[in-house]
Design a protein around this ligand. Structure first.
Ligand SMILES: *Cc1c(COP(=O)(O)O)cnc(C)c1O
Length: 474
């Protein structure tokens, strides 16, 4: 929408992307001293997961459950109906989800993986194959626990950090079709479609692709279930990048996206703007009944599913807020702003920038380090030492080992993730992060890599410990 040139407020709103909120409660933070941070990272075994939150200045470890809630969400929390059964807060949340997503049945869970557990247990049998647009850690674990095999059907561009594609999360229809031909539609309980794709860097799926996946699956009688953790950010990318959607509100786009699915599940800790919560939503009456039968085993009554009444109030209110165009425009814009600052300073990042994080490309950042000395792990530790900014390794440490050969998996992507919590930091904080990364880039030769001194048997990135090789000159 074009504003009048004399409307300086409107022009500044459009061009400067200011925070569409003001602060009512604050939590003090400070960088502390470099000496203190050196000691803290040493005690944490050079693993940012093992740092204490109070030793962190700007915390970009994850966007999961780290949201700041609005005054209205807090007000709604006071109205939580904590009745064991038939809670009014559940009815409110159910109605909001039905209206925004268009599915008939809503089953609450304590968070996303609770929903994955229910859906996978009901639908997957040993020998089944579940196609998905790239794996997600908890999603795949639940598929495998039930005897299923995950099959990656994302387009090739998603695995290349430099490939420019507006919808890098898209499904490759040929890969999906050939899987159906290879294993038979009767062995595919559903298609798992993530919007956006977390492990590919928050990359979106186009509406055209969602429609095509739906048609292809329907022709084979395969239902489509959407992993909706970041569905609002995906809807925003469609509005910005896909012809025909420029003038459509994000809420409309979201509703159309979900019309190409049989149901969805959501970790509400992401786009629903709450610190805990989740749900499954489906159309099929029989499946809904099965979900309600199982939710009481793992989560709680079908009218709370592991959440307090106040949590459901906050979740419903959070979804209403996150689907406002002004919110999501600023949100994705802030992530892009950090990307642009880094790009301008010549710091190597993954392109295009996704919806929830900017990824530093550690291979190009530290070209003098072979993958065996854990460049991304070292980079995350060094960034913390120089600035107090906490990030996360997504490279050889996260990838783990091949259980048969015992060798490291060697992923193509050796990355450090800078994940932006929602409504928590200002653009000034983004400037601090970019400045820290840019100065570290200038001092990159002083980072000599790490050796691993403790390695847990599974999911090693959470608790592994390291020691620097030689003395780092930062
Ligand atoms: C976080 C996440 C999940 C799991 O949700 P939890 O709330 O952490 O249990 C599933 N899928 C995606 C894409 C996620 O980002």
């Amino acid at each position: 929408m074009q504003s009048k040139e004399s409307d300086i407020g409107a022009v500044a709103w459009r061009e400067l992307n200011p925070e569409p909120y003001k602060f009512k409660a604050v939590e003090p933070i400070s960088p502390g001293t470099e000496e203190h941070r050196r000691r803290a990272i040493e005690e944490a075994g050079y693993n940012t997961f093992l740092l204490r939150s109070e030793d962190v200045f700007i915390d970009l470890l994850t966007d999961s459950g780290t949201t700041a809630m609005s005054d209205r969400q807090w007000a709604h929390m006071m109205r939580g109906d904590e009745a064991y059964a038939g809670s009014r807060s559940f009815s409110f949340m159910e109605r909001v989800i039905q209206e925004l997503f268009g599915f008939r049945h809503v089953i609450p869970t304590h968070q996303g993986r609770g929903a994955e557990n229910l859906l996978s247990t009901i639908l997957i049998r040993p020998g089944h194959y579940i196609p998905g647009n790239m794996y997600f850690t908890t999603t795949r674990v639940h598929q495998e626990r039930n005897g299923g095999t995950f099959v990656d059907v994302i387009i090739d561009e998603a695995h290349d950090p430099a490939a420019a594609h507006p919808f890098k999360g898209n499904v490759d229809l040929d890969k999906l079709e050939s899987l159906v031909r290879r294993v038979g539609a009767e062995n595919i309980p559903y298609m798992s479609l993530a919007v956006t794709v977390n492990m590919a860097g928050g990359q979106p799926v186009s509406m055209q692709n969602m429609r095509a996946v739906h048609e292809l699956c329907r022709s084979h009688g395969i239902p489509v279930f959407v992993d909706a953790a970041r569905c609002v950010e995906n809807a925003y990318f469609i509005q910005q990048r896909e012809p025909g959607y420029q003038d459509r509100p994000v809420r409309d786009i979201l509703r159309e996206m979900m019309s190409y699915a049989d149901g969805c599940w959501m970790s509400a800790k992401k786009d629903a703007l709450v610190n805990i919560g989740g749900f499954v939503a489906v159309n099929d009456d029989h499946l809904a009944q099965k979900l309600r039968e199982l939710v009481v085993v793992f989560e709680g009554m079908p009218t709370y599913g592991g959440m307090a009444g106040r949590d459901m109030e906050a979740l419903a209110r959070g979804l209403l807020e996150s689907t406002e165009d002004s919110y999501v425009r600023h949100r994705v814009g802030q992530v892009e702003y950090l990307g642009e600052l880094l790009r301008r300073r010549g710091v190597p990042i993954v392109e295009p920038v996704g919806g929830h994080a900017v990824y530093l490309d550690a291979k190009r950042f530290l070209p003098h380090l072979p993958q065996d000395v854990f460049p991304a792990q070292a980079l995350a530790a060094a960034l913390y030492i120089v600035s107090g900014v906490r990030s996360m390794e997504r490279g050889i440490v996260s990838a783990g080992r091949n259980p048969e050969t015992g060798e490291h998996h060697r992923p193509n992507l050796e990355l450090v993730r800078l994940t932006i919590p929602r409504r928590v930091y200002t653009s000034r904080h983004m400037q601090v992060v970019a400045e820290a990364a840019a100065r570290l880039y200038e001092a990159r030769d002083g980072i000599t890599g790490l050796e691993m001194v403790y390695e847990p048997p599974t999911l090693r990135f959470f608790t592994a410990r390291f020691r620097p090789l030689g003395r780092w000159r930062l």
